[in-house]
Design a protein around this ligand. Structure first.
Ligand SMILES: Cc1cc2nc3c(=O)[nH]c(=O)nc-3n(C[C@H](O)[C@H](O)[C@H](O)COP(=O)(O)OP(=O)(O)OC[C@H]3O[C@@H](n4cnc5c(N)ncnc54)[C@H](O)[C@@H]3O)c2cc1C
Length: 445
């Protein structure tokens, strides 16, 4: 029997468990740890609340979670409640699937002003991540600036632009729905250093901006390259650029019928955030794109800004005893291998890029490496204690482990609390999740 500890219950963690089942059948036991009492990582706390069909991928993970040789070990933070050396002692392989939960710093003067947030915090707030429940962004201003030209920037702009009515059927948490309902923001500027040909926005998400009840996208036709130049783009990007062309072609009087403007400000690089205590404006430099890179032109201007959300990427959180690549912001690894018996996968391996599905080949590939390392005797004989050893350690340490069966109770309670038409009302703090679980299960399912 081989024992694998997967740290992190997001897509990469569950695809790894699924791959281990396929590769080793009944000869493996997989424990999936998570610091939250609830599973699925960014499927729950990142993917937009109004994109329920995407969140449905968790049903696939549930199938894996419910099999006999996989179990969920929630409410256990690796690095705090149990160390990496301890896990390596207990399991043949430890796979870090901890994602990239920290915002990349803007690194600009004024980025510590009030009402300036990174997207991990802002998205975590509207999605009910316990760490960001009390973020309390002030939406009482007029202008929000969203920095970044990827899908996360689109999510943030769309959520800021929607009416309460447009959140029907979503699982946006009550505190965010209420705050957005009172929002007075009427101008949302999406700021990008480069041009329309360099966006990282997919057509489905971009197209949604054209279908909002009270908001319309504004694109300046002068920012668009000659149409013939679109021919060199890969098909997805070409489609997105075609959508931008469509937005630019809408006559001003039609656009003005909608009271909220979502303006694309291309070729614009932020230089500084301005304000006394809280942000009031953003200083921007006009750029030009040379060989795909943005270059400042020296021309600057200011955009008033009452709220700023930067969506410029994420970093993995280091864990003691794990080599870290500071520059890249993820664990130092060679195609998933970190140290003998220690691996990484998903965003913790390759950084924050790709879709949910990109994590699947990642999970399967790390399991192949584990198999190779077993075959080459690099992992030693199958003598590790695995889950029995961990349960002993958890008891001795008084850890309050949340099992998958406990999670199902939490999930049922969230479904019961849902407002009309919504799939669930999430618990937004850990204590409430633990209370909903009831008395701890004596045995793991
Ligand atoms: C705002 C946003 C929206 C997105 N929307 C989409 C979308 O619509 N479609 C799409 O295809 N992709 C989307 N993605 C991308 C997708 O979410 C990622 O590809 C995917 O979640 C990465 O999976 P992961 O398992 O590597 O990390 P994560 O999903 O982040 O999972 C990591 C898990 O590890 C846990 N963890 C972290 N540290 C520890 C620790 N020390 N101990 C124990 N547990 C720990 C965390 O609690 C978390 O559960 C979105 C991403 C973001 C940020």
């Amino acid at each position: 029997m081989r024992h694998i500890a997967v740290v992190g219950s997001g897509p990469a963690g569950y695809y790894t468990a699924e791959a281990a089942q396929k590769e080793f059948g009944d000869d493996v036991r997989v424990d999936i740890f998570d610091l939250l009492p609830v599973p699925y990582g960014l499927i729950r706390t990142g993917v937009a609340p109004d994109h329920q069909s995407i969140k449905a991928v968790s049903r696939r993970y549930e199938k894996t979670a419910l099999s006999d040789n996989v179990r969920f070990v929630g409410n256990v933070a690796v690095g705090r409640d149990v160390t990496i050396p301890e896990l390596r002692e207990l399991y043949d392989a430890v796979v870090l699937a901890t994602g990239a939960p920290k915002d990349r710093d803007l690194g600009l003067p004024g980025d510590d002003l009030a009402n300036v947030f990174g997207s991990a915090a802002f998205v975590g707030w509207y999605n009910g991540h316990p760490q960001f429940t009390t973020l309390n962004p002030d939406l009482s201003g007029r202008t929000a600036v969203v920095i970044g030209m990827g899908n996360v920037a689109l999510d943030v702009a769309r959520i800021l632009a929607k009416t309460p009515h447009e959140f029907e059927g979503s699982d946006i948490v009550a505190h965010a729905l209420e705050a957005l309902g009172r929002s007075t923001i009427e101008r949302i500027v999406i700021l990008g250093r480069r041009g329309p040909h360099q966006i990282m926005m997919t057509p489905k998400e971009l197209g949604e901006l054209g279908e909002l009840e009270r908001a319309a996208p504004h694109v300046d036709a002068r920012d668009l390259p000659a149409e013939a130049e679109d021919a060199i783009l890969e098909p997805g990007l070409r489609k997105s650029v075609t959508l931008l062309r469509g937005f630019a072609a809408v006559p001003e009087d039609i656009r003005a019928e909608k009271p909220v403007a979502i303006e694309f400000d291309f070729f614009a690089q932020p230089l500084a955030l301005i304000g006394a205590d809280r942000v009031e404006a953003i200083e921007v430099e006009r750029t030009e794109v040379v060989a795909g890179r943005a270059r400042g032109t020296g021309e600057t201007y200011r955009i008033p800004a009452d709220l700023v959300v930067s969506c410029i990427g994420y970093r993995t959180t280091p864990i003691p005893d794990v080599p870290f690549d500071e520059r890249a912001g993820r664990f130092a690894n060679d195609e998933g291998r970190i140290l003998p018996g220690l691996y990484c996968v998903g965003w913790a391996r390759r950084g924050p890029s790709g879709t949910i599905g990109t994590n699947k080949p990642d999970g399967f590939s790390v399991v192949e490496k584990i198999h190779e390392d077993i075959d080459s005797a690099a992992l030693g004989p199958p003598t590790k204690q695995g889950r029995t050893g961990f349960d002993e350690l958890a008891r001795a340490r008084g850890l309050d482990v949340v099992t998958f069966r406990d999670w199902k109770k939490i999930e049922e309670a969230e479904e019961r609390a849902a407002r009309e038409g919504a799939p669930r009302e999430k618990f937004v703090d850990i204590e409430a999740m633990i209370r909903a679980r009831g008395a701890p299960a004596l045995k793991q399912p």
